[in-house]
Design a protein around this ligand. Structure first.
Ligand code: ATP
Length: 254
């Protein structure tokens, strides 16, 4: 037993495909502490989304164990929230109505949720936009709404699958800084999927480096850069060292 919040042991996932079994994850083991910011980084097809879906209880593992606080993670739970590259907002609902939806679905106290919604809109920088519709917002603003909605029912763990991957570089950088600010304020445990090595180093406490065919955890990198992080940190020689260490683990050090 460890005091980890999330623990995975010998996780394997085999998909049945028309051309035979496909090993998406092979013998992956890890432990994540409460409040950690973890990134999963690796090339396309190394099993990042598969691992995230298993953590979210959306995908069954083929072998191995995975638990949150010692409880088997075999189904979706309300204390784990997921966010994807596209915000999946309901176009006919306003920003406020989208953010309040999880609370309504879960039957949470309406008055408390209404107040929380206003706090969250403030937190993600959308004060004054509550009555807008998603079509009236930029891509970055829509992901801010998705982030507020993710936080609405108070999950302990945020699973984020390339949440800013569809945004332009400027907006993406802004959103990464916003995410760090919110993470520092809320103390959530975050597992963040990206194929951008620099982004993984910039954001994380630890980076899980994954390699494909079959998807394996090649190693874990401790990011010993100070917090709070700022864009200036990318000039730090240690930042480059860590990026190149990961590139080496992925075999792209050419
Ligand atoms: N439902 C499925 N059925 C069959 N094969 C699948 C399924 N989902 C994923 N795979 C395969 O499993 C492997 C891992 O896929 P996964 O999406 O987890 O990788 P990834 O690292 O997230 O990739 P990307 O960065 O492109 O999203 C890939 O070879 C993929 O084709």
């Amino acid at each position: 037993m460890t005091d980890a919040l999330i623990e995975g042991n010998h996780l394997t996932k085999v998909y049945g495909t028309a051309t035979g079994p496909l090993v998406a994850l092979a013998d992956v083991s890890f432990a994540i502490e409460e409040g950690e910011f973890i990134s999963l980084v690796g090339p396309s097809g190394c099993g990042k989304s598969t691992l995230l879906s298993i953590l979210g209880g959306l995908e069954e593992r083929s072998e191995g164990d995975v638990a949150l606080d010692g409880e088997d993670l075999d189904r979706p739970r309300t204390d784990i929230g997921m966010m994807f590259q596209t915000s999946v907002l309901f176009p006919w609902r306003t920003v406020r109505q989208n953010v309040r939806l999880p609370g309504i679905v879960l039957g949470l106290d309406a008055k408390e949720q209404a107040q929380k919604c206003e706090e969250l809109l403030d937190l993600v920088g959308l004060n004054g936009f509550g009555d807008r519709y998603p079509s009236e917002l930029s891509g970055g603003m829509r992901q801010r709404v998705a982030l507020a909605r993710l936080l609405a029912h108070g999950p302990r763990v945020l699973l984020m699958d390339e949440p800013f991957g569809a945004l332009d570089e400027f907006t993406r950088e802004t959103m990464n800084l916003e995410l760090l600010r919110i993470w520092e304020k809320t103390g959530k445990t975050v597992v963040f999927v990206t194929h951008n090595i620099g982004e993984s180093v910039f954001l994380s406490d630890r980076v899980f480096v994954m390699t494909p065919r079959p998807g394996r955890l090649a190693g874990t990198i401790d990011v010993d850069l100070p917090r709070p992080r700022s864009a200036q940190m990318m000039r730090d020689p240690r930042y480059s060292e860590l990026v190149f260490e990961i590139r080496g683990m992925l075999g792209i050090d050419h």
